[in-house]
Each structure stands twice: as C-alpha cells, then as structure tokens.
Design a protein around this ligand. Structure first.
Ligand code: PGA
Length: 261
C-alpha cells in the first residue's frame, strides 16, 4: 500500500510554458528548492512534449516528473495519443488522469477508468482527479463523487492500489485566487468521505493508506492550513506552480507542517 505519511506536491503545468527554454528554467529552480525540502516529494507534470527532456535532466530523489494524461491502449492507430509505457520510457513516473479540464473536453468516467488501469499496468503512479462542478444543499455532490470514484475504480483489485493517488479538485475552485480554495475544514470532510468510499469497496486498511490530495486555487497562503487541517497527503497545484517564488513557498509550507507535528 502507498505510504500515507509521504506527502506529495504535484505541479500541473497545463499548456504552459510556451517555450522549452522556460520549462527548463522552471524545472531547474524547482529542483534546487525540492532538493532542500525534506517534507515532500515534488512531481512536475509539464506538457508531454517537454517530458523526456525535463525528466531526463532534472529528476532527483525529491523531484519526479509525470504527464497530464495518457491513452489507454499501448499502441495502434490512435493519432495524437501517447501511451503509459511511453511516459515510463522517458523517465516519467506519474500521470494525472481525469482532470476536469480533460473531462470538459469530453472524457468520461469510463475512459478515465481504462486509463487508470493502463497507467497502473505500465507501472506509473496514477493521480486520479475527481471533483464536483457545483455544490448543492442536498449533498448531491457527494453522490456525484461516489459515482466518479466508483466508475474509475471499477474492477480494480486491491493489489493495484499501491500506486494510486486521489486528487480531489472542486471544479469551482480551479484557476481562481487563493480566497476561492476550499476551507481546510471542508477539505477534511471530503477526505473522510473519500476514505469511506474506499472502505466500502476495499476495507479499512486500504481506506487509510490511499493518499488523498487537494487541488483548486492552492497558493502559498492556504497550502499549510489545507495540508495540516484538511488532513490530506498533498496538493495538486496549477497556475501557482508556474510562479517559481510562489511554488517555492508552497514547498516550504510542507516543511512548516512537518515541523509542527
Ligand atoms: P489551480 O489548478 O491551482 O490553478 O486552481 C489546479 C488544477 O487544475 O489542477
């Protein structure tokens, strides 16, 4: 099972930066900072075309690389796709799957499920993203999350879960300012809910071992409270991961949390 005391900071660079030279500069800065930061494993997920160069050059014990998506087939006539094995082959170790921005482009729970299986089968660590588009007073968003998770995990055996991370990202917070992030209290509530979903399917031990990350408007000022009081094992960071100063501060938040324990 995944080690739940391990903390993760995953950077989702999306369709940035525009130039490889800038990507290298950002990765170089992140590597220096990550190597000094004991409390957390940092993972950068750049645009796939930069992955080989960055993972080959900047991977270290505390800095890993991953992709933002992968296809579920290993090979074939699938124009534009990349396979999990190809990611692995260029030293990528992680892959984000089911991000809401990919779902908005038409990806379904069923497709995400196939991708999760392909990624785990190739030996990658899969970061499965779930999250509701909006909240309601009747708690329908919980049923929505349950179904997103249920479909993505369908048929996945307990033995496969050691390399699965869950990222909870409320879609309404993504890309917004720090004040729009979910409160640590609410993050905690959701992490308990996700553990309950896992407990029902896989039992207590798995439920407490699966790392749960929060994403959506993470910034230096909310990172430490979310990790500490939200009781999550890490953060998935979008736009702030492209700002070296802010991203360094977010790494520092993990040291703060670690020292406080
Ligand atoms: P954000 O994005 O940090 O810019 O809100 C998070 C994400 O999309 O994963």
């Amino acid at each position: 099972m995944a080690n739940v005391s391990q903390k993760y900071l995953i950077a989702n660079w999306k369709l940035y930066p525009a130039r490889l030279a800038e990507a290298k500069m950002l990765a170089g800065i992140a590597k220096k900072r990550a190597n000094r930061c004991r409390g957390v494993l940092t993972v950068i997920c750049p645009p796939a075309i930069y992955l080989a160069e960055l993972a080959g050059r900047y991977s270290s014990q505390r800095l890993s690389f991953g992709a933002q998506d992968c296809f579920f087939e290993e090979r074939g006539a699938f124009t534009g796709e990349i396979s999990a094995q190809m990611i692995k082959d260029v030293r990528g170790q992680y892959v984000i799957l089911g991000h809401s921005e990919r779902r908005a482009l038409g990806e379904t729970d069923e497709t995400v499920s196939k991708k999760v299986r392909a990624a785990l089968g190739a030996g990658l660590t899969a970061l499965l993203c779930v999250g509701e588009r909006e909240r309601d007073d009747e708690g329908r968003y919980l049923a929505f999350l349950d179904s997103q998770l249920g479909t993505a995990l369908a048929g996945l055996s307990r033995q496969k879960l050691g390399k699965l991370l869950i990222a909870y990202e409320p879609v309404w917070a993504i890309g917004k300012g720090a004040e729009s992030a979910m409160s640590p209290h609410d993050v905690h509530e959701i992490s308990l809910f996700i553990r309950k979903v896992f407990r029902e399917r896989y039992g207590e031990k798995v439920a407490f071992a699966v790392p749960i990350l929060y994403g959506g408007a993470v910034a230096p000022e909310n990172a430490a409270p979310i990790v500490r009081d939200g009781e999550v094992q890490g953060l998935l960071v979008g736009h702030m991961s492209l700002d070296p100063k802010a991203f360094g501060e977010i790494m520092g938040a993990f040291e703060e949390v670690g020292e406080g324990r």
